[in-house]
Design a protein around this ligand. Sequence first.
Ligand code: CA2
Length: 161
Amino acid sequence: MVKSVYVLNGPNLNLLGTREPETYGSATLKDVERLCRERAKAHRLDLEFRQSNHEGELIDWIHEAAAKQAAGIVLNAGGYTHTSVAIRDAVAAVNVPVVEVHVSNIFGREHFRHHSHIAGVAKASLCGFGIAGYGLAIDGLAALIARLPSSAGGAGSGRGP
Ligand code: CA2
């Protein structure tokens, strides 16, 4: 069975490449999708790539990824990273490894961006690599999946090493 990875993008990420290039660069979300498709194909993984400005929809997609036994989730929850206990709870509830990604270095920005509700329940977090971080996250998940016995349906939450 071909394993799948979900790449989920939160609020305002549909605006990537349209303003604030000094913070987010000039690549668009379409460019991010192209990069993710290329990395997923290289690892023979199916890819679901989505963006929503709505917290509940992101939560539904995290549940869907688990129900469909996705091998991993790459999650850029945007501003919800810093506010959403509900998204944290969804990540903690599913038995799927989640890699948190941010285009910008959230620790070099305003103080309110320094805390992520998701980091503590994610398998790993990446920030500051620009959109390349998405590709690195897929590479990391692929390495994790490759370590699993072939009979394993998913990669587990993978919160341990
Ligand atoms: O650096 C990231 O990827 C963020 O998740 C992006 C979020 C921000 O709230 C997080 O602190 C860090 C915001 C996404 C908004 O993206 C825009 C892109 C272009 C223009 C305006 C917003």
